[in-house]
Ligand binder design. Structure first.
Ligand code: GLY
Length: 323
């Protein structure tokens, strides 16, 4: 994993070279070689870690796990792993899931004290006959697997929580307005194997026990190695309602490009939810099994990081509503 210093240097270098542009119209080109995409611009450093594996003919599943370990371990990122904002009781609870090209998947929900929930999700997938472990049971399993019990509440996150406590208004929101939230990552390796991962600390100041879309296979993440993969960020409850990632993959199965699939799912969601969708952000990111990508959100300002042919970029997704 990158050290904090390497992370900052890399982020600076990449940001200097990054081209930010609207992806509409350029998303359905056939690609060669491995590709990795991830939500938000903090995905650049995550992609770089994943790319180190992909460029050496590594496995997509290893790449996505290593990629998201970067923001999970970064105490300055308040929406994933260490340093994530806590729930309203001051407890940092993490959700994550992982899926390979053959429907193997694992998930943890409401996991405390473990910096890398995506790695624990992979152990659930590989070491148990189950898909999902939650809460105390997930923690016990992680410790049995050798993960370290750590305090995830950083002084900065604790200060922000205490500030919130002064009014304690219950209006939990995802962090999209500060340009990051959940990290979802999808990768295609040199052997054309697809994999995905999704990991988050969820909404700041949520009720203890609240679980979003990120650990739910079909909502926060879905991978079908014969078709494509999708992941999400934004308000988890909305992604669960529309089985968002599964819906995108099924739209690709019916012949849509990743871009058209993301747009179709967001449009259907808005048609069904109408006014209830206003003010809520939902963001979809997809890749087909040839490495073509698509992204679309309900509202503006969703950006994603893409790495292909060793080139790292941040792109702005298209969106449906101005506000
Ligand atoms: N998308 C993250 C959450 O709602 O928990």
């Amino acid at each position: 994993m990158l050290s904090r210093k390497e992370f900052l240097r890399l982020t600076g270098l990449i940001a200097a070279a990054a081209a930010i542009r609207n992806s509409a119209g350029s998303s359905h080109k056939r690609r060669r070689g491995p590709v990795v995409i991830s939500t938000w611009d903090f995905g650049l450093a995550a992609n770089a870690a994943a790319w180190n594996i992909l460029k050496n003919n590594g496995y997509a599943l290893d790449a996505v796990e290593a990629g998201v370990a970067v923001p999970e371990g970064d105490p300055l990122i308040n929406s994933v792993g260490l340093g994530g904002f806590p729930d309203r009781d001051g407890r940092v609870t993490l959700d994550a899931c992982i899926m390979d090209e053959n429907f193997n998947c694992g998930s943890v929900a409401c996991l405390e004290h473990i910096v890398h929930p995506a790695a624990v999700a992979r152990r659930v997938m590989e070491k148990t006959p189950h898909v999902m472990l939650a809460g105390e049971g997930a923690l016990r399993f992680a410790l049995e697997q050798g993960f370290k019990n750590e305090n995830l509440l950083t002084p900065e996150a604790e200060t922000a929580w205490k500030e919130w406590l002064k009014k304690a208004e219950y209006d939990p929101q995802p962090n999209w307005e500060i340009n990051h939230d959940t990290i979802g990552m999808l990768a295609l390796d040199m052997q054309k194997r697809l994999a995905g991962v999704c990991t988050t600390s969820g909404m700041a100041w949520k009720m203890h026990g609240r679980i979003g879309d990120s650990p739910i296979i079909g909502a926060g993440l879905y991978v079908d190695g014969e078709i494509g993969a999708a992941t999400c960020t934004g308000l988890g409850e909305e992604m669960i309602r529309m089985a968002a990632s599964h819906s995108v993959v099924e739209a690709m199965r019916s012949g849509k490009s990743p871009q058209a699939a993301c747009e179709a799912v967001i449009k259907r969601y808005y048609k069904r939810r109408g006014n209830k969708a206003h003010g809520k952000q939902v963001c979809l990111l997809a890749m087909d099994n040839e490495g073509n990508v698509g992204a679309f959100s309900l509202m503006p300002r969703f950006v994603y990081a893409i790495t292909s042919n060793g080139v790292h970029e941040v792109r702005e997704a298209g969106y449906l509503l101005e506000k």
